[in-house]
Write a protein that binds this ligand. Structure first.
Ligand SMILES: CC(=O)N[C@H]1[C@@H](OP(=O)(O)OP(=O)(O)OC[C@H]2O[C@@H](n3ccc(=O)[nH]c3=O)[C@H](O)[C@@H]2O)O[C@H](CO)[C@@H](O)[C@@H]1O[C@H](C)C(=O)N[C@@H](C)C(=O)N[C@H](CCC(=O)O)C(=O)O
Ligand SMILES: Nc1ncnc2c1ncn2[C@@H]1O[C@H](COP(=O)(O)OP(=O)(O)OP(=O)(O)O)[C@@H](O)[C@H]1O
Length: 469
C-alpha cells in the first residue's frame, strides 16, 4: 500500500486509470488486460510519473513500474490516502435497485438538506455539491472520480453524500473501500442482462452493497414487496434492517394505512411514521413505493417529520413522469421509463389519468440488453391504446434492427413505426384528441440522442412544446 509520504516523494499530483485522460504528475493504474502495458506507455508519454501494474515490469520501465497483486485494491487504497480519506468525514447514503434510484436520491437529499445539512448528490442526472451542479456521465462514476468528488464535497463543507449505486459499479469495484451509513433497495426487475447475463448474477451484484459496503452500524431499508427485496431482507445480516411494504406484507415494519393517488400527487397515511397524513406532488403507484422507502429511511436515521414533509411537497425530478404539456384536456408526459417494469408501471399510472386514448412513444437503446426489447413491445401494445415505435440512443446499431426486435413482441396493428424520434413525437402529438394522454418514454431528462458514437442535441420536451403550442 502506497503511503502519503511515498506518494509525495514520487511527486504524484494526480491518480489516473484511463490513458486517454492522463496528465503530467499522475500515478497510472494499469488494470489487468491485454492492453495494460500499451495504456501504461501512453500514460507515461503524457507525463505520468509511475505505473501500478499486476504483471512483471517491462525491462525499459523497471524504474517506473510498481508491481502489486491487485491493481483494483491498490487503486482503492491509494485513492483513500491521496484524497485524505474523505468518506471518513462524510455520512454516505446509497440507494440501489433497477428503478427508482434517482427519485429516491433526490428525496433523500432534500430531506437531509431540510435538516440544515450541506449535502452532495451523485447519480444519473447530475453531480451536485451544495449549489454547484454538473451533468453526469455514469450513474456511479469510476472510483477515482468518486473519491475526488467526495474530497471536493468535504472541502466544500458537506456533511452528507447521497448517491445512486448501480449494479455495474458494484460488480466492477467502483465503490471499493467505501462504507455507507445507510443503504436502500427499491426493486430488481429485468435490465442489464447484456452485462450480468442472469437475474441471479444481477441480484448478487446488488446484494454486495449490503454485504460489503454497509457499515457495521449502518441501516438497510428494503422494499419487500419486490420478490428480490424480500430475499435480500432474509439474506442480509446487518445490525439494523427496516422492511417496507406498500402492499401490506405482514413482515414489514413500515406499511401505509392508505395511499390515495390523484393526478396532482398523493396522500399517504403511514402511522408508523406519523399520525398526520403526508402529501406529495409525485404521482403514481411507483412513486408511492419510492416515497415510502425514503420516508422509512428518514425515520430510521432520525430525520424530523418536518423535513420529511417539506421534501415530499417540494421535490420534482426532471424527466420522471414530467407533465410537459396540458391544455386542460390533452396531456403529454415525458418519462425516463426504459425497462419493462418501468414502462408497465408508467402506463398503468397514465391509464388512471386518461379519459380518452392512451398512446406511448418509445424505443430501446442500442448496444444494450437486446432481451428487453420484445418484452417492452409486448407491454406497450398491451397497456396502451396506440404505440409509436421509434429510436432511443441507437448508438452503433441500426435503428431499424432495434425496432424489428421491439415489434417482434407485438401482434396487433395498434402501432406505427417511425424511425426518426422527432417525427414520431410530432405524429403522436398531432394525433391527440380531447381527453387523450401521451407518454413519451425512454429519455426523460436526457437532452441528447447517441447516434453512432456521437451525442447530438435532442430534447423530447422541446419537440412536444413546438408541436403542441
Ligand atoms: C460495461 C461497463 O460498465 N464498462 C465500464 C468499465 O469499462 P471497462 O472495464 O470495460 O473498461 P475498458 O474500456 O475495457 O478499459 C479497461 C481499462 O483500461 C482503461 N483504458 C481504456 C481505453 C484506453 O484507451 N485507455 C485506457 O487506459 C480504462 O479506463 C479501464 O480502466 O469501466 C469504465 C471505468 O470505470 C467505465 O467508464 C465503463 O463504463 C462504460 C462507459 C458504460 O457505458 N457503462 C455503463 C453500462 C454503466 O456503467 N452503467 C451503469 C448503470 C446505469 C443504470 O443503472 O442504468 C452506471 O453506473 O452508469
Ligand atoms: N419504484 C419504481 N418502480 C418501478 N418503476 C419506477 C420506480 N420509480 C421510478 N420508476 C420508473 O423508472 C424510471 C426511472 O426512474 P428513476 O430515474 O428514479 O430510476 P433509476 O433507478 O435512477 O433509473 P436509472 O438507473 O436507469 O437511471 C421513471 O421514469 C419511472 O418510469
Amino acid at each position: 500500500m502506497l503511503s502519503e509520504t511515498a506518494l509525495k516523494n514520487m511527486g504524484i499530483r494526480g491518480l489516473c486509470d484511463d490513458s486517454r485522460k492522463a496528465s503530467p504528475g499522475d500515478l497510472f493504474f494499469a488494470l489487468p488486460g491485454a492492453q495494460a502495458e500499451e495504456f501504461a506507455r501512453i500514460a507515461l508519454s503524457k507525463g505520468a510519473v509511475a505505473v501500478v501494474g499486476e504483471t512483471e515490469a517491462p525491462q525499459d520501465l523497471a524504474s517506473k513500474w510498481i508491481r502489486v497483486s491487485s491493481v483494483k485494491e491498490e487503486r482503492a487504497s491509494t485513492a483513500k490516502t491521496f484524497f485524505k480519506d474523505p468518506f471518513s468525514k462524510l455520512s454516505a447514503h446509497a440507494v440501489t435497485g433497477t428503478n427508482g434510484k434517482t427519485t429516491s436520491a433526490f428525496l433523500m437529499d432534500a430531506m437531509l438538506s431540510g435538516e440544515g445539512r450541506k449535502t452532495a448528490l451523485l447519480g444519473t442526472i447530475c453531480k451536485r455539491i451544495g449549489d454547484r451542479v454538473v451533468a453526469s456521465n455514469l450513474t456511479t462514476p469510476g472510483i477515482l472520480e468518486l473519491y475526488a468528488f467526495a474530497a471536493e464535497a468535504v472541502n466544500a463543507g458537506c456533511s452528507d453524500l447521497v448517491m445512486e449505486v448501480s449494479s455495474h459499479s458494484l460488480h466492477q469495484g467502483r465503490i471499493q473501500g467505501i462504507h455507507y451509513q445507510s443503504a436502500l433497495f427499491s426493486n430488481l426487475t429485468e435490465d442489464h442482462l447484456d452485462y450480468h447475463k442472469t437475474m441471479e448474477n444481477y441480484f448478487q451484484a446488488k446484494k454486495l452493497l449490503f454485504t460489503h459496503y454497509l457499515s457495521e452500524d449502518g441501516v438497510a431499508v428494503i422494499n419487500i414487496d419486490d420478490a428480490y427485496g424480500m430475499r435480500l431482507f432474509d439474506e442480509v445480516d446487518v445490525a439494523q434492517k427496516v422492511s417496507v411494504s406498500r402492499l401490506g406484507n405482514a413482515k414489514a415494519v413500515i406499511v401505509p394505512q392508505s395511499v390515495q393517488s390523484g393526478e396532482d400527487g398523493m396522500i399517504l397515511q403511514v402511522p408508523a411514521i406519523s399520525e398526520k397524513p403526508f402529501q406529495t406532488g409525485l404521482v403514481g403507484e411507483f412513486n408511492a413505493d419510492n416515497v415510502l422507502l425514503v420516508m422509512s429511511w428518514a425515520k430510521s436515521i432520525g430525520i424530523s417529520e418536518n423535513s420529511i414533509r417539506q421534501a415530499l411537497n417540494t421535490v420534482k425530478v426532471p424527466g420522471r413522469f414530467e407533465m410537459t404539456f396540458n391544455d386542460g384536456s390533452r396531456r403529454v408526459f415525458v418519462d425516463y421509463a426504459h425497462t419493462p417494469d418501468a414502462l408497465e408501471r408508467v402506463l398503468r399510472v397514465a391509464r388512471t389519468l386518461c379519459r380518452g386514448k392512451l398512446s406511448v412513444v418509445f424505443g430501446c437503446g442500442g448496444d444494450r440488453d437486446r432481451n428487453k426489447r420484445h418484452i417492452m413491445g409486448e407491454i406497450a401494445e398491451r397497456d396502451a391504446d396506440f404505440v409509436w415505435v421509434t429510436s432511443d440512443n441507437p448508438r452503433t446499431e441500426k435503428p431499424e434492427d432495434i425496432i424489428a426486435e421491439i415489434i417482434g413482441g407485438m401482434h396487433s396493428d395498434h402501432f406505427k413505426v417511425i424511425v426518426s424520434r422527432e417525427e414520431a413525437i410530432r405524429a403522436a402529438c398531432k394525433a391527440m384528441q380531447a381527453g387523450d394522454v401521451l407518454i413519451v418514454a425512454g429519455k426523460g431528462h436526457e437532452n441528447y440522442q447517441i447516434i453512432g458514437k456521437t451525442k447530438q442535441h435532442f430534447d423530447d420536451h422541446e419537440i412536444i412544446l413546438r408541436e403542441m403550442c
